[in-house]
Design a protein around this ligand. Sequence first.
Ligand SMILES: *Cc1c(COP(=O)(O)O)cnc(C)c1O
Length: 343
Amino acid sequence: MDINQLLRKNIQSLKPYSSARDEYTGEAMVFLDANENPFNEPYNRYPDPLQKEVKEKISRLKNIAAENIFLGNGSDEPIDLLIRAFCEPGEDNIVSINPTYGMYQVAADISGVEVRKVSLTNDYELNANELLGASDTNTKLIFLCSPNNPTGNSLNKEAMLEIAASFKGLVVVDEAYIDFAPGKTLLQDLGEYPNLVILQTFSKAWGMAGIRLGMAFASVEIIGILNKIKYPYNLNILTQQKALELLDKKVTVQKWVKLLIAEREKMAQLLTDLPFVEKVYPSDANFLLVNMHDAKGIYDYLVEEGIIVRDRSKVHLCDNTLRITIGSSEENEILLNALKELI
Ligand SMILES: *Cc1c(COP(=O)(O)O)cnc(C)c1O
């Protein structure tokens, strides 16, 4: 598979911006090459454009070589970059599951790229043949999301790999919630599928949504393309420093995850017991999709009580559902007590 053949022509021939920090990367005594201000260290300096230190730590954490890692301003950045690198506006298309995370559609719309949405089954499973059937020679990317947002379930691993094996473009698997379902990652399959891109993020289990740090894992060729078209200094110094600090707190994160999963299971049971709840869908993530009578009415009531959940009623296959994030046990109890008032 020649990844470069899939690229837009203008990206194939692009001569990327060369920054001062690209041209000279060694240790020196005096840096007078980037028009920086000599005062107010260390923030006066441009950050490392390729975030070497952060990648080394992530490499050890994930057991993936640093050269197979791209870091972005949230995982929204690699989503946008992949579409811009591979899809010719008005010509190429992407295929995605439906329902799923809204950013694939938004990023494609901004770039003027068609999205072909293929429905999941009624129990939110993936149909590999239908997805492949929706693609044509202009389909450059297939977006999958596992565990999926807003449905919460992990997609079938064999079906995802079957798609990666047959599809001639890239298969992007968004694993934003994978820390809550660690056995289900496709990370160790990267070597075998050169067209696979896996997205993960520090926004969910790691509790770092505020610093904006997302990861893409892929072949050296694909990582090289993302590096070529990103903003030269896409991750600022504060984010890189905070990430280095928090990456040492793996044990704390594992504790949070354990606690949130326990809360999720407790909440699933207690919500199921409410008379107006029809169904709580199984979840591998830190949220629950809950089908209930008059979801919109209950959403409005909760807003009045100062409790905000996500009304997903208008989403395909999600009629009358609310998506409820698992909070602290105190927050979850406040929600439950408010819902019990409705009985
Ligand atoms: C929350 C979420 C993300 C996270 O995006 P960031 O830009 O990394 O904060 C990505 N994908 C899905 C499916 C999500 O739900």
